[in-house]
Design a protein around this ligand. Structure first.
Ligand code: PBG
Length: 343
């Protein structure tokens, strides 16, 4: 057989395979999303996300410590308040759940990097990611007739509240803020508000390319944030579109986003690769609750090998080009890296 090029030559030896690897993963790229909840003594398992818990502030340290021990030092906070209202005031309250968690984590874990999800959906009684048009508490005194129907999320009024939320997170100790609401113009609004308060160096990681996705199902159970009516398709992106994702990413970079996120991960790695090409900022990929739940369920049924699937999905996100990877499997992945199962 006359064959000069034999690709298998580079695959015949484990050491050689490792030498020629194109993708290297490192625990410092991992971010763990954590759910914090009002109350004390709470560590309750999320039914649709086995192995994931909601923690009260007094108990979240258990998880933060085990993350640190595994080599994961970045977390993203999601808050579960005990009261919700039309304008999501718990999102920007000084003693809101995330604000309390931040103060405590800063005190007890000064070596950790604290990121916050900035959104209204966990705090609004209707479960949408912003205030609704015609909402009495925000439109009082407004003589203009509503342009949009009742129930439509009011973009520009929401911006003020998102900016307030981001500033309150920074005040409480957030190292970075991550708006996930998909309102237009929110990165600029948040940047201006942070700068005005002196938080010039608090970066914004924008969920710029966030699709309206059924993969968020388990999260909405975890956070009690499913919309009470309708869906999120008037603000999150249509998953048939890819050029629109580029438009969103470029807009956010222009508005001052320091990091661009693509979400979900697994079904959207094409977008990670594309956005990497057209921007010069780091790209984050968020492996969301539904991805976690599918792997857990498949493994529990014995249909797939959990450890191998976790390794393969994580590496595929990095191979697509992400620099940061948000995942509920952060601790496991850090361990697999250390054990040389991926690297
Ligand atoms: C808040 C938010 C959501 C997620 C992250 N931030 C839910 C949503 O948009 O409905 C989803 C995370 C996950 O599914 O793991 N808007």
């Amino acid at each position: 057989m006359d064959m000069t090029i034999r690709p298998r030559r580079l695959r015949g030896n484990e050491l050689l395979r490792k030498m020629v690897r194109e993708t290297r993963v490192d625990a410092s790229s991992l971010i763990y999303p954590i759910f914090v909840k009002e109350g004390t003594g709470i560590r309750e398992e999320i039914p649709t996300m086995p192995g994931q818990y909601r923690y009260s502030v007094d108990r979240m340290g258990e998880k933060l410590q085990s993350l640190l021990d595994a080599g994961v030092s970045s977390v993203m906070f999601f808050g579960i308040p005990d009261r919700k209202d039309e304008v999501g005031s718990g999102a920007y309250a000084e003693d809101g759940i995330v604000q309390k968690a931040l103060r405590q984590a800063k005190r007890d874990f000064p070596g950790m990097y604290l990121i916050t999800d900035v959104c209204m959906c966990e705090y609004t009684s209707h479960g949408h990611c912003g205030v609704l048009c015609g909402c009495a508490q925000t439109s009082a005194g407004d003589s203009a007739a509503p342009v949009f129907p009742q129930g439509y999320v009011d973009n520009d009024r929401t911006l003020e509240l998102l900016a307030k939320t981001a500033v309150s997170h920074a005040k409480a100790g957030a190292d970075m803020v991550a708006p996930s609401d998909m309102m237009d113009g929110r990165v600029a609004a948040i940047r201006a508000a942070l700068d005005e308060e002196g938080y010039l160096n608090v970066p914004i990681m924008s969920y710029a390319v966030k699709y309206a996705s059924a993969f968020y199902g388990p999260f909405r159970d975890a956070a009690g944030s499913a919309p009470a009516f309708g869906d999120r398709r008037s603000y999150q992106m249509d998953y048939h579109n890819s050029r629109e994702g580029i438009k969103e990413a470029l807009l956010d970079v222009e508005e001052g986003a320091d990091i661009i996120m693509v979400k979900p991960a697994m079904s959207y790695l094409d977008m990670v690769a594309k956005i990497k090409e057209v921007t010069d900022v780091p790209i984050a990929s968020y492996s969301v609750s539904g991805e976690y739940a599918m792997i857990k369920a498949g493994a529990q049924l014995g249909y797939i090998d959990e450890e191998k699937i976790i390794c393969e999905t994580a590496v595929s996100a990095f191979r697509a080009g992400c620099d940061l990877y948000l995942t509920y499997f952060a601790e496991e992945i850090a361990r697999y890296i250390r054990e040389g199962k991926i690297g």
